[in-house]
Design a protein around this ligand. Sequence first.
Ligand SMILES: *[C@@H]1O[C@H](CO)[C@@H](O)[C@H](O)[C@H]1NC(C)=O
Ligand SMILES: *[C@@H]1O[C@H](CO)[C@@H](O)[C@H](O)[C@H]1NC(C)=O
Length: 401
Amino acid sequence: MTLPWIEIKVVFLLGIALLSYRVEGARRGLVGADATVFDVTTYGAKPDGKTNNAMMFIRAWNAACQSTGPAKLVIPPGNFMAGEVFFHGPCKCSDPITVEVLGTVLGHTDLSEYTSGLWIGFNKIDGLVVTGTGTFNGQGEASWKFNDRTHKTLLPISLKFQFVQNALVEKINLVNSKGFHMTVTSCNNFKLEGLDITAPGNSPNTDGIHISRSDLVNVTNSVIGTGDDCISMGEGNSNIRVSGITCGPGHGISVGSLGHPLDKDVKGIRVTNCTLKGTTNGARIKTLEKSNQMKASNIIFEDITMTDVKNPIIIDQHYNSKNKQGSSKVKISDIHFRNIRGSSISDVAVSLDCSNANPCEGVELVDIDLTYSGTCSCSLSAACSNAKAIFTGKQSPVACA
Ligand SMILES: *[C@@H]1O[C@H](CO)[C@@H](O)[C@H](O)[C@H]1NC(C)=O
Ligand SMILES: *[C@@H]1O[C@H](CO)[C@@H](O)[C@H](O)[C@H]1NC(C)=O
């Protein structure tokens, strides 16, 4: 007579076990730990460093993206060469799709392989995790000589995220991109963490991360050294947070350039706890002189350490202009530089060069502690024009009028 009770108990315990397995599964699903694995080698990819694996990557992605359960695309250890790759959504599963990179992905050295200005594009995806300790090596060395500002030839961006939301990109390494290393455009709720981005200081236009038209983007705890801006934040951005970045070599951390045709306003950028070494600029806001009408407001640079930086604090509303005579139509307001310390290799450590038609408003400098580390017998100075800045706390260089 006790048998049915045992059965009920067993069924009950099994039920509990199954339920807790599911809950745990959903929790781990965020990082794809128990997801179905789609290994690129299963789709024919070869880690021989010379086969063009672009199609195999795309096939593996499409299979993962069509999966109705949690899915993980895996690029295992090895050298996988690939030309232009498109990872398109939307994907079927409501859990984030994971891309785990363990190996090294090598760019194609033949520029004619790239027709869309990008190497690897992530497009229209809601819920994405890119993780792993692997590397995207753009092999840009051979193509940098084709970088041509006058012809506006843009070399392929290594990783391009567009219309991606609820995303985490972490731990990966990017090396020697042809163009920018990474762009985040028209994205929201996007987190970038623990990235390592490296290219030579003289490689042209190899920005680390460029963010535009995006809302709620955090970039944290990353090391970036390239031939252009470590992080550049372009038009249409709101609620961007950058913190814990080690930057250099490169052109620093910039907002802009702004004022191109069709550019949208920028509102809410906060750069904190960053270290810059040997960069040409530190905390920079740049706008075109011949520009579209727009606004940039509520921008904060706080707790920044600089070593041997050329232009530690700079607002440049004559960006890329030869005679510096025109008047930018970009209105800059509510700007804060707080607790910026370290050394400047140029004598003008603070340069607030605002538009005479649209003077800056609400620019505040608090506790600026910079010393001169250049080679002349100069003393440090600050230069302001049309800036209306307010200075409080320590000011080295001495505040300008
Ligand atoms: C960004 O950081 C802020 C403050 O720490 C946090 O509230 C927000 O959830 C973060 N957003 C993302 C997408 O990581
Ligand atoms: C500041 O950034 C460093 C990395 O550069 C990080 O280790 C540290 O935790 C950050 N501190 C705060 C208070 O966020």
